[in-house]
Design a protein around this ligand. Structure first.
Ligand code: HEC
Ligand code: HEC
Length: 308
């Protein structure tokens, strides 16, 4: 380069030599020196403009007053401005209407992931699949205790759910329990015997699980006619359910199955709509999730598995 056009042989050397190669003392090229000083200057400028020197509890502020939090807040405001039109639309629509509209459905699903992770995944697992044996229902299949229409899911989320099966340990002999365990297994394989059906009917199981043992969604009673188990298909676990029931407060060994409610106000409103009445709020209703958040989550859960 222009700075470096001296004949290397005329240049003084440092006296170091390896295998005939001598180390010279020519200065570094000027462009390089300029770049070095410029970058030093740039550090100084940044040092003055931005927070830099760490102090005991804080750091120097810098002339621009920039902070990461401010930048984050600005970004957040930008995202919220983009979301606002969607959120306004969702607020005015029913969950069914959101499901019908592809763009809004995608938006609802996308923005539910965090909501689901924060509020639901602890029990229902990531993607609606809880760890086996956890006692929480899978949301990613098309087997529904309470119904898989998006409207029913909204209702489940607003009100919460708590299926109730009484403990039968006082009501059945050991032999009858054995026979009913066998009946439940046979039924799941489509091979129930007449004697099994008779016991199922006589002992009142039919009242909650229905004439075909397919469950009754108003009660959230499990479908016993398929191989999708609410708790477990192991004979000992089936026996446990029959003996101790579900959410039977009189039996300390009962299975606990409580889905918390997320919006009492919406629950009151849905209840009133069902009876074609005006909702009567008493002002103490809690809303752990907003109505719009519930609609979004219902759409999300609906598309996780086979919604109905
Ligand atoms: C504390 C644990 C817990 C949390 C948190 C929880 N659930 Fe549940 N959920 C349950 C249990 C238990 C049931 C089953 C209730 C029953 O068996 O009667 C259930 C039932 C459901 C059902 C009904 C499934 C069916 O087959 O009909 C849906 C839908 C559901 N939950 C969605 C959610 C969503 C969405 C959230 C987050 C907002 C959530 N749950 C948070 C425990 C939980
Ligand atoms: C008062 C209503 C009621 C009666 C009576 C009743 N059940 Fe249930 N049963 C339920 C409900 C509700 C559930 C689901 C609970 C839940 O998921 O929260 C259930 C769950 C079960 C399960 C668990 C199924 C699975 O997939 O893990 C079995 C097995 C069962 N019942 C068998 C019986 C048998 C056998 C009888 C008769 C002796 C009977 N039930 C009587 C309401 C009832």
């Amino acid at each position: 380069m222009a700075d470096n056009d001296k004949n290397p042989h005329e240049c003084p050397d440092t006296g170091h030599e390896w295998d005939g190669i001598t180390e010279l003392t020519n200065p570094p090229p000027r462009w390089w020196i300029i770049a070095l000083y410029l970058s030093g200057l740039l550090v100084l400028v940044y040092f003055i403009l931005y927070p830099s020197l760490p102090l005991v509890n804080d750091s120097t502020d810098g002339l621009l007053g920039w902070t990461q939090i401010e930048e984050y807040k600005e970004n957040l405001a930008e995202v919220e401005a983009k979301r606002a039109p969607f959120e306004d639309q969702l607020a005015a629509m029913s969950a069914e209407e959101i499901l019908e509209d592809e763009e809004l459905r995608n938006y609802a699903v996308g923005s539910s992931k965090v909501l689901y992770g924060d509020n639901c995944a602890a029990c229902h697992g990531t993607g609606g699949i809880p760890p086996e044996g956890s006692g929480y229902p899978v949301l990613a299949d098309d087997d529904w205790l309470y119904g898989g229409s998006v409207g029913k899911i909204v209702e489940t989320l607003a009100k919460g759910r708590q299926g109730m099966m009484p403990a039968h340990k006082e009501l059945l002999t050991d032999e009858e329990v054995d026979q009913l365990v066998q009946f439940v297994i046979n039924r799941s394989e489509g091979q129930a015997t007449d004697a099994g059906w008779k016991l199922y009917n006589d002992k009142g199981c039919v009242a909650c699980h229905g004439p075909e043992a397919q469950g009754i969604q108003q009660l959230g009673s499990a479908n016993l006619s398929d191989k999708i188990w609410r708790f477990s298909g192991e004979p000992d676990e089936i026996r446990h359910t029959i003996l101790h029931g579900v959410n039977d407060t009189n039996d300390p060994k009962t299975r606990i199955a409580v889905m918390p409610g997320w919006n009492e106000k919406l629950a009151v409103k849905l209840e009133a709509e069902e009876w074609d009445e005006e909702p009567e709020y008493d002002g103490t209703e809690t809303q752990r999730l907003s109505e719009t958040e519930i609609k979004k989550l219902a759409v999300y859960v609906h598309q996780l598995g086979g919604g109905e």
